[in-house]
Write a protein that binds this ligand. Sequence first.
Ligand code: AKG
Length: 293
Amino acid sequence: MLNPTQIDQFRKQGYLVVRDLVPAAARKHMLAELEQWVEASCAFDANYDFDTPDGKARFDLEQGHSAAHPRLRRIANPCDVATAYQEVLFEGAIPAVVADLIGPDVKFHHCKLNNKFPGTGTRVEYHADHPYDPHTNDDGITMLLMLDDMDEGNGCPRIVPGSQAERYSHFREGAFTGSTDPVLFEEFDQRADSICGRAGDVCLMHIWTLHGGGPNTSRDRPRRLLIADYRAADAFALTSPTVPSRFYQRIVAGEPTHVARLREGTIEVLAPYQDDSFFGLQGQKAAGQGNRI
Ligand SMILES: O=C(O)CCC(=O)C(=O)O
């Protein structure tokens, strides 16, 4: 599906945007599920639904969440609880373009849905995804599917081109913090590209590529993004998955293997952490929590 120019672009800049890859009907089904989850979230005042493989909450609420102003900012592995997500992530165009970059043999790792409501403060600090889930080799893709039109005004992702070839620690004082050192954020922000696009566009990002993103400062434009992590079938995990899915390691292209391919070098290896929220790990509060520094 991808042409040589697109593949070359991915290799050089560490990401590639493919326009109009996922049709409106598939997006409509996924958004209908999401709307039901947002409605259900009104009954809760802290993160909830611990019926997940690691017992961490599936539904993550931003501070300020209430029944009148629901702020369901993240759903861990929506594919585990809704077939609409399985169809898009395990079959068709998305596995095909991922296989063009890291195939032929590809397995699913996990997914999540990030929901930036208009006028909310949730942001994403600059990080790469491989440090969250280190493997024996780094042939991996993070797929970002836009469920809304997005630009800087509603908090589109920001990606640092070329950073897939660089390495930054995600540890401070011996502990995994889920982001690079904050002293570097301004530099990354100056280098970053805003990933603007229309609903249905997909961004394919290398798992070492640094990315982040600002809040949704718009008055009325939601920013809903489905994110899925795929790995080459011969990349074997060095740690338990950070956001485990019941479809962990499902083959989505080609064949499985029991032979691991190793990349020479060194890599930081995180210990399991308690926080059930990606945003919590990066220092942002969830509903029902006090201030944290
Ligand atoms: O929501 C976004 O813009 C990106 C989020 C992200 O990088 C993550 O959840 O790992």
